[in-house]
Design a protein around this ligand. Structure first.
Ligand code: FAD
Ligand code: UDP
Length: 374
């Protein structure tokens, strides 16, 4: 008998949730990760008593009750509600686009005034479409919110984040953001939202409790040719193109790097997330990590704070793959790799990298809960 039923490559939310279910089903799992820690992108480092989201701000949000019940059965969540602020050349605007933003931009006071203003702002773009669907992010944004918001809050930020002109990006990216005619700065429309109390490491720790793990272990260096001798099945959550040795060419990714520092003040920017939406500022946003988990007086009980500037760049080999680039070339390429993956009968490909999909955490967990423990 082989030592394991499953070798699970990647200890992020997909790998960890799958391992949790497999263990409950009585299966023996080994989870490996090439990073020096477990937890994938939700891993937090502890700096000055603050949980620092080392791979970017992670806010859990979902309307999927099954997922919410599942995660809250493992750990309690706090009441954090994401309400980022945008800084455009020193002017501050509330996000997502709502009555506060419209009042700040145009001085409008009522939903009726705001709607009239937006209709005026998007008239030109709608006329240019002449009834057809928006074909790219720029057309979509102009039709949704019009030219002032596009110019101040979307265009330059998006081009910094994606390194591409808004006309070359898919429309769906901007449809993630709500547009509301109420004074509500909640960035998400979901029914449930929060951060695990005591941080994400507690959540991934619970998922991986009692499961054998190895960090600093790269599948391609240690198991690629030999995994069948240690396990019956493989769950692979790394990049799909790499699994197939880049046979059809490399998929493009966006990567993000972080400049993190400790500031000698209890409250640096008054919010967890401040987006810098003009192109003059080289980073896309500044995260102040304590605000995810410390509220009211607790912010001041810790005299220090930790902030991270976020820089977006094109992925090059050796960097971390973060966001799939869902443009036409990459979608076609990813589909070819998915067809190869479907033929690997003893291997399950799951998660953001292995499916090459722009998944949030909750859909990743939903998928890992839904797939059969095969
Ligand atoms: P990952 O967490 O990436 O885990 C994959 C793991 O596989 C990694 O630990 C990696 O080291 C390991 N691995 C890869 N290749 C190998 C190999 N060869 N050998 C061994 N191990 C390997 N979602 C939200 O819901 N809310 C947010 O606010 C949010 N913010 C985000 C911000 C940023 C900057 C990014 C990039 C993503 C954000 N997400 C957010 C998405 C979230 O990170 C993902 O949905 C989730 O982490 C996906 O989990 P995963 O298990 O698929 O992948
Ligand atoms: N976006 C923008 N301005 C902002 C915030 C977001 O134009 O201040 C756009 C940008 O194109 C981004 C998309 O909206 O890629 C989705 O934003 P979200 O914050 O959901 O992206 P994330 O970085 O969390 O994946």
């Amino acid at each position: 008998m082989k030592p394991y039923d499953y070798l699970i490559v990647g200890s992020g939310l997909f790998g960890a949730t799958f391992a949790y279910r497999a263990r409950q089903a009585g299966k023996r799992c080994l989870v490996i990760d090439k990073r020096p820690h477990l937890g994938g992108n939700v891993y937090c480092a502890d700096i000055e008593g603050i949980h620092v989201h080392q791979y970017g701000a992670h806010i859990f949000h979902t309307s999927d009750k099954t997922v919410w019940d599942f995660v809250t059965s493992l750990v309690p969540f706090n009441r954090y509600t994401n309400s980022p602020v945008a800084n455009y050349r020193g002017e501050l605007y509330n996000l997502p686009f709502n009555m506060n933003t419209f009042a700040e931009l145009w001085g409008v006071r009522t939903p009726e005034e705001a709607k009239a203003k937006i209709d005026e702002q998007r008239a030109e773009a709608l006329a240019a479409l002449d009834g057809r669907e928006p074909a790219n992010l720029e057309e979509q944004a102009l039709c949704l919110v019009g030219k002032d918001i596009f110019c101040k809050l979307i265009k330059e930020y998006t081009e910094k984040q994606w390194g591409r002109d808004c006309k070359e990006l898919p429309a769906f990216i901007i449809r993630r953001l709500p547009v509301r005619f109420v004074f509500d700065n909640n960035y998400f429309n979901d029914a449930y939202q929060g951060i695990p109390i005591d941080g994400y490491n507690v959540l991934t720790g619970k998922l991986l409790e009692g499961i054998e793990t190895r960090t600093g272990c790269d599948f391609f260096k240690e198991y690629k040719d030999s995994w069948r001798s240690v396990a019956d099945r493989l769950v692979y959550t790394g990049p799909i193109d790499e699994y197939f040795d880049f046979r059809f060419g490399r998929l493009d990714w966006r990567t993000v790097s972080f400049r993190t520092r400790v500031e000698d003040t209890p409250n640096y920017q008054g919010n967890a997330v401040v987006n810098y939406t003009s192109r003059e500022v080289p980073y896309t946003r500044i995260i102040e990590h304590k605000h995810f988990e410390m509220f009211g007086q607790a912010v001041y009980d810790n005299p220090k704070t930790v902030i991270s500037e976020e820089y977006s760049a094109e992925y090059k080999p050796g960097m971390e793959q973060f966001y799939p680039v869902n443009d036409a070339r990459n979608n076609v390429l990813a589909e070819r790799y998915r067809a190869l993956a479907a033929e690997e009968k003893d291997v399950l490909f799951g998660g953001r990298l292995a499916e090459y999909r722009y998944y949030d955490m909750a859909p990743v967990i939903a998928r890992a809960l839904a797939v059969a423990v095969f």
